[in-house]
Ligand binder design. Structure first.
Ligand code: KIV
Ligand code: ZN
Length: 543
């Protein structure tokens, strides 16, 4: 038997749009989720977990839309609550290969304090839920939340019952990122040895990164028989995040002999996917991030550079090209036409609507007037900024700033609102603060700036500056605090008659992005974009 024949296929289950969206401050709209889904499909993931339909109408719509747009399997999360399962099925049933992902907590601490249920009740709820799911769909994944802190004998019992009831995948989450690799591997081995019907289901793992061990734990599970890894792009997710897709996949590629599995990921799409997800979620990638960070392939020391020149394998265990990180080259100039522009975007892997190409082309022409060399990095930034489905309640028309080290900064801003030009001026602690204070005088609502990030898209004095801000409404902040406790309690499987509530705490943050060669302009654009997005979200909720 050859090596290739001995290798089993590892299923890559991407939960960027479900657990990844539970990253504090991340709030993706429908078109952003669809774009991520398309990227993930091109990347070659096997299953996309698109959301938790019972959590909110927005999640329901997103799961439904993703289910209709991609060909790979689409999963919808639900608790062991009939209303959740029915809602999840409604959302996901249009997929080519729909999957229901049903979960309940099985650790003593979760059962006692969160669910207020005993073992018999949890076991019965799990079986009932899997059977209900199975009446809709064959592809059922069942998760024992907090499995790594569950008493093994009880875990085996629940898994056996879930498989008997029809689960085809059983997922073992390290929900709080508590496990260590050797112990987690032993848990998977124990499941294989002690769950009599385990050969009827795929063993999956879902590891969180609280101790920085999510990837190591997932790989240890694979060495012990797990054949599905749940992961997210850039390791996004609740608290410290989830197992990072790019890290786990490149570990398997680079150290294949240790894992004996294959996967369907086109690794040359990893870098681009990471960049798009970072832009769309507003969560920047750390320069130190393995595989996709800006420094991941940078060699600073002379000795390293010398070695790399002599033979790249001296200091490079994988090539930047293998993850799609190529040199940013001059691609288009001032005189390039719309056709060349759209061809170039297509060759970079983007499929945009005619409207999106039009607005991206307009931005490109504006940029070409200001910047000599336009690179792929610039084009990617422009694509990330083309108008999506957010109406312009406010649009920045012009601004003037006065600032210096011996004076208080002053800003005068003109916005269009409802077809009218409105101008206001304000002072502030620096030019950005002054500009935001002036915007606050024009727009409705009281906004608070929660975070502000600025990044140069490419090098050079005329580089594009990209600003990402996160803002919240003062009013929503207070409301969220009071509903938070309720949301946590809402996960009980006993709460069948309650209004279903999400695992995601009520979202109060809204992200906005702005792009310009002038960083003050980029800052104002980002702030106004965040306000427009927040207003669109409020309008959608109240519609
Ligand atoms: O971390 C976790 O336990 C989860 C489950 C819902 C699978 O996200
Ligand atoms: Zn999780």
């Amino acid at each position: 038997m050859t090596n290739a024949e001995q290798k089993k296929k590892l299923i890559i289950f991407d939960t960027t749009m479900r657990d990844g969206e539970q990253t504090p401050g991340v709030n993706l709209n429908l078109s952003e989720k669809l774009e991520i889904a398309r990227q993930l499909e091109k990347l070659g993931v096997d299953v996309i977990e698109a959301g938790f339909p019972a959590a909110s109408p927005g999640d329901f719509e997103a799961v439904q839309a993703v289910a209709q747009h991609v060909k790979c399997s689409v999963a919808a999360l639900c608790r062991c609550v009939p209303a959740d399962i029915e809602r999840a099925w409604e959302a996901v049933k249009g997929a080519v290969n729909p999957r229901l992902h049903i979960f309940i907590a099985t650790s003593d601490i979760h059962m006692q304090y969160k669910l207020k249920m005993n073992r018999e009740q949890v076991l019965a709820a799990a079986v009932k839920a899997v059977k209900l799911g199975k009446s809709f769909c064959d592809n059922i994944e069942f998760s024992c939340e907090d499995a790594s802190r569950t008493e093994p004998a009880f875990l085996y019992q629940v898994l056996e019952a879930a498989i008997d009831a029809g689960a085809t995948t059983v997922n073992i989450p390290d929900t709080v990122g508590y496990a260590v690799p050797e112990e987690f591997g032993r848990l998977i081995k124990g499941i294989r040895e002690n769950v009599p019907n385990i050969d009827k289901a795929v063993i999956s793992v879902h590891c969180h990164d609280d101790l920085g061990l999510a990837v190591a734990n997932s790989l240890s599970a694979v060495q012990n028989g797990a054949l599905q890894i749940e992961c997210t792009v850039n390791g996004l997710g609740e608290r410290a995040g989830n197992c990072s897709m790019e890290e786990v996949v490149m570990a398997i590629n680079t150290r294949g002999g240790s894992f004996r599995v294959t996967h369907g990921i086109d690794t040359t799409r990893i870098y681009r996917t990471s960049q798009r997800v970072a832009k769309l979620t507003g969560v920047p990638v750390s320069i130190y991030k393995s595989i996709v960070g800006a420094n991941a392939f940078a060699h600073e020391s002379g000795i390293h550079q010398h070695g790399i020149l002599a033979n790249p394998m001296t200091y490079e265990i994988m090539t930047p090209q293998s993850v799609g990180k190529t040199e940013s080259t001059l691609v288009l100039g001032k005189l390039s036409g719309r056709h060349a522009f759209s061809d170039r975007l297509q060759s970079m892997g983007y499929t945009l609507t005619k409207e999106d190409i039009d607005s991206a082309f307009a931005e490109f022409k504006e940029l070409a007037d200001r910047k000599k060399t336009i690179t792929e990095g610039d084009l990617e930034a422009i694509v990330g900024h083309v108008k999506r489905d957010t109406p312009d309640y406010y649009k920045m028309e012009s601004f003037q700033i006065q600032s210096g080290n011996k004076m208080q900064a002053m800003a005068s801003i003109t916005l269009t609102c409802d077809g009218q030009l409105v101008t206001e001026a304000a002072t502030g602690d620096g030019p950005v603060d002054a500009a935001y204070n002036a915007v606050n005088r024009i727009v409705e609502g009281r906004w608070r700036l929660d975070s502000y990030d600025i990044m140069a898209v490419t090098g050079g004095m005329d580089a594009l500056g990209e600003v990402t801000v996160r803002i919240s409404r003062e009013e929503e902040k207070a409301e969220a605090a009071s509903s938070q406790a309720e949301t946590q309690a809402g996960l009980s499987a006993e709460a069948e008659t309650e209004q279903p509530q999400g695992v995601k705490a009520q979202t109060v943050s809204h992200t906005g992005r702005g792009l310009s060669t002038d960083i003050i302009e980029a800052s104002i654009l980002a702030y106004v974009n965040a306000i427009n997005r927040a207003m669109a979200e409020t309008a959608r909720k109240t519609a």
